[in-house]
Design a protein around this ligand. Sequence first.
Ligand code: ASC
Length: 231
Amino acid sequence: AMEGYRGFLGLLVSALLVGFLSVIFTLVWVLHYREGLGWDGTALEFNWHPVLVVTGFVFIQGIAIIVYRLPWTWKCSKLLMKSIHAGLNAVAAILAIISLVAVFDFHNARNIPNMYSLHSWVGLTAVILYILQLLLGFFVFLLPWAPLSLRALLMPIHVYSGLLVFGTVIATVLMGVTEKLIFALKNPAYSTFPPEGVFTNTLGLLILVFGALIFWIVTRPQWKRPKEPSS
Ligand code: ASC
């Protein structure tokens, strides 16, 4: 049991480090390589999009997925842990929505068309599914009214949908990063390995590794929270 715990802690610390580094890399990208941050209809406003997505939709969502796995919380009430899981996911949803407002606002201010790219189709789908998942979780699993039979029926779907959306978000981020680098890196071009291209490719890899670590942690049966009788 002690060894399993060590293995868990090692992977948890790795995931937290890689996730935190992803957020830092995103900030360095927009503040150092790009124009910085602002809310004025220019590229500064667009730049909130990657910052809020990586912070909320990737990092915070990733943590929300594994909160039930933290062994020192197994003595906490299930309701408290559900509230933390729901609360983190709600924060992530709000940041994701603000990140979309930043893009649409920037596009409209600059007469750039909306919703033509695969990144935008898959990304908007992920945000809509995430909000539906949040509402489903809130009404079925957090509020006390739903019968156990309905919870048992929907739990596998909730787990599957949550991981599907998390994976889809990461795929969407990789498409968005690629798209932005191809748009933005003209002189010198992306194809000539400029520092911003190499740095931001590295950010994409960090996000992929973060997703891989979260996916591993959450799919180890031995690290699941012990189930209370009839819950
Ligand atoms: C819940 C909860 C669980 C599941 C279970 C259905 O609300 O806390 O562990 O649903 O009751 O499988």
